[in-house]
Write a protein that binds this ligand. Structure first.
Ligand code: FES
Length: 217
């Protein structure tokens, strides 16, 4: 991972941080209506031009966790989504949202407590995070999900994500996998998701990483 590259945009009531190590330029911020983020302006992000609520709303749309915020009087902090979800992206990564505990995530990456884009093509130079290498690598998977899972009793709680060395992502907690079509496809408490790009049963690991000689470092 690159050296720390965090930019802070200071406001009177709220600060916004942007972490270039995690940003994959999806554009939820830049496309958002309003004056918080305006491309080509200096500075690009100006929290004092909108309400604190609007800042929190727009920042929390960032799927990679590159954006985060701190409310200065401590009256509010980001609240995890009520349900942990893994969105399989068409020809792209896994967008994970919820109350996340990603092994290896450091304290200076607060957005990863709530949102992350995780590599599933095997090509990222920033594993376990996506760096858009799936595009140049022509990774193809349309994001169908064939299994349904065993379900869970109650939504919420921590979702623990453990990237195994030279192997899959282990997920443990209550969570739903959403197919790229938008269909909530799988509900359960534990599974291994492919991050080598070779599984015949994507998004799940089928052991193909071994034969493929997948290396995470
Ligand atoms: S990580 Fe891809 S098949 Fe196991």
């Amino acid at each position: 991972m690159d050296e720390q590259k965090v930019t802070t945009y200071t406001g009177d009531e709220i600060d916004v941080q942007w972490d270039s190590r995690l940003c994959i330029h999806i554009g939820e911020c830049g496309y958002a209506r309003g004056e918080l983020f305006v491309g080509g302006r200096d500075p690009w992000c100006q929290p004092d031009l909108v309400s604190t609520d609007e800042t929190m709303d727009v920042v929390s749309r960032c799927p990679s966790g590159a954006l985060s915020y701190q409310v200065k009087n401590g009256s509010a902090s980001e609240v995890p989504a009520a349900e942990n979800t893994v969105q399989v992206v068409y020809n792209g990564p896994l967008y994970v949202q919820g109350d996340l505990d990603i092994e290896g995530a450091t304290d200076d990456m607060p957005g990863l407590n709530y949102r992350a884009a995780l590599c599933r093509c095997g090509l990222s130079s920033n594993k376990p995070y996506c760096d858009n290498s799936h595009t140049g690598g022509k990774f193809t998977d349309f994001g169908a999900v064939g299994e349904t899972g065993d379900g869970f009793e109650q939504a919420g709680g921590k979702l623990n994500i453990t990237p195994l060395k030279d192997g899959p992502l282990l997920l443990a907690g209550n969570f739903t996998i959403i197919a790229a079509s938008g269909r909530p496809a799988w509900r359960g408490t534990e599974t291994a998701l492919c991050r080598c790009g070779q599984s015949k049963n994507k998004p799940f690991c089928d052991g193909s990483h071994t034969e493929a000689g997948f290396k995470t470092e």
